[in-house]
Design a binder for this molecule. Structure first.
Ligand code: XMP
Ligand code: MG
Length: 216
């Protein structure tokens, strides 16, 4: 059995239960990174299937004439954003793309939830149907700050799609409407997620070998 958990199904409109990531533990050959990956947490096939499922569910929430404004959180969400936008197009929704870059102040002082904007939205989102596209929700502090920020900019609606969610996120009061996969509390890389700016191009979600962290 996989250690990637599916959370209890939520039935209300606008929420989707996380998917089952499958076994996906064999590291596929190929790529400079092959020797650095200990195990695959979500493989390419499950990522593709789940992105399509999330897009289908989200697309059903909007009317045909609605234009959806996707707000991706850099850098980690860039790969998910690209696949998710194309999946929404296949499911009949036209989308516009915005990115924000934000950074949380020091991990030890997260109680403040203070976040610094490195790149702001390029335009007004007042009256728009906004969908926040996140790579991973861990403590949830970054996301809850972002949702307060977007609410202050008068969007018509705000939905949140997160590809991954870690267990601690479940303990904070932040409403993630669509979750790809609930994963164990381990550091993961790939599909946009990095360790020291590397591994973003890895096509699956994986865990690094411990030796990688002790390399100089
Ligand atoms: P919070 O705790 O505010 O943080 O929900 C979310 C942000 O923390 C980063 N993060 C990770 N990045 N692998 C990564 O590459 C991980 O396992 C991981 N866990 C958290 C990420 O930037 C995310 O947006
Ligand atoms: Mg990072």
């Amino acid at each position: 059995m996989s250690d990637v958990q599916a959370a209890p199904a939520e039935t209300s409109r606008g929420h989707a239960a996380p998917g089952d990531a499958g076994r996906g533990d064999a590291v596929p050959p190929g790529g400079w990174y092959e020797g650095d990956i200990e195990r695959v947490v979500v493989d390419e096939r499950r990522l593709a299937e789940r992105v399509d499922e999330l897009a289908a569910a989200l697309a059903a929430e909007y009317d045909d004439n609605d234009s959806v404004l996707l707000v991706g959180v850099l850098k980690g969400a860039f790969v998910f954003m690209a696949d998710f936008a194309r999946a929404l197009g296949r499911h009949g929704r036209h989308v516009e793309i915005e990115f924000m870059a934000i950074s949380s102040y020091g991990q030890g002082v997260t109680s403040s939830g203070v976040v610094r904007i490195l790149k702001d939205l390029d335009r007004d989102i007042a009256g728009r149907h906004v969908v926040v596209v996140e790579d991973i929700v861990d403590s949830g502090l970054t996301l809850s700050w972002l949702l307060r920020y977007l609410a202050s900019r008068s969007a018509a609606s705000v939905r949140v799609v997160a590809l991954l969610r870690k267990p601690e996120a479940a303990t904070v009061d932040v409403d993630v409407h669509y979750v790809g996969f609930d994963i164990p509390n381990e550091f993961v890389v790939g599909y946009g997620l990095d360790y020291a700016e590397r591994y973003r191009e890895v096509p699956y979600i994986g865990v690094l070998k411990p030796a990688v962290y002790t390399r100089s």
